[in-house]
Design a protein around this ligand. Sequence first.
Ligand code: 3PG
Length: 225
Amino acid sequence: MTNVHDSEQKSVPADAAGDVHAAISAGRILPVVVLEDARAAEPLAEALTAGGLRSVEVTFRTDAAADAIRAMSARADLLVGAGTVLTPAQVDDAVEAGARFVVSPGFSPRVVAHCQELGVPVFPGAATATEIQFALDAGLDTVKFFPAEQLGGLAMIKALAAPFRSVRFIPTGGVNTGNLADYLAHPAVFAVGGTWMVAPDLLAAGRWDEVTRRTAAALAAARAV
Ligand code: 3PG
């Protein structure tokens, strides 16, 4: 992937797509983090890696996102991406903070184009055949499928995967330890995402052991597929 990144900003590694693919496909679980206080970022990163995770999505739903990404991406054993990225300016903030990939809930041509200019792997949301065609037109083959359960879950993914044989999905929204194996068993599913192992009440209370426990349980369930 070509890096045409502005020299004033952090550079993106030359094999950004390969690195991201490897880190996410290692566990096929992508925690979606909503952090209110960036001071929790370091213990959270420790808890996730202790549970065996190598990748995490930190959402721009709070003001703490950029600082949290900065703190977590200092670790060599964790690949940190930015989620809920809605604007090109947030792409810049995310990359400057150290994000190695970008996730959006929907398909924004501006966000996708800006990520591609910077050489940052991007997973936009695509929940309909039309949106998937936008993603394909943009040269992408992996999309977020959000909100997965509300959209029809695995049945919807199976239906969409029939015409779009090259597309891989990251279902997120209503995914948990109980249903992740069903999703991951389908060849069109690249990974699953969600908040269940990083639930806001766990983060607020600093229940890091429980984050580690849920993370390890999720990874074990994914490995058993
Ligand atoms: C997301 O942005 O991906 C969702 O908020 C995660 O959904 P969940 O809380 O149901 O896991």
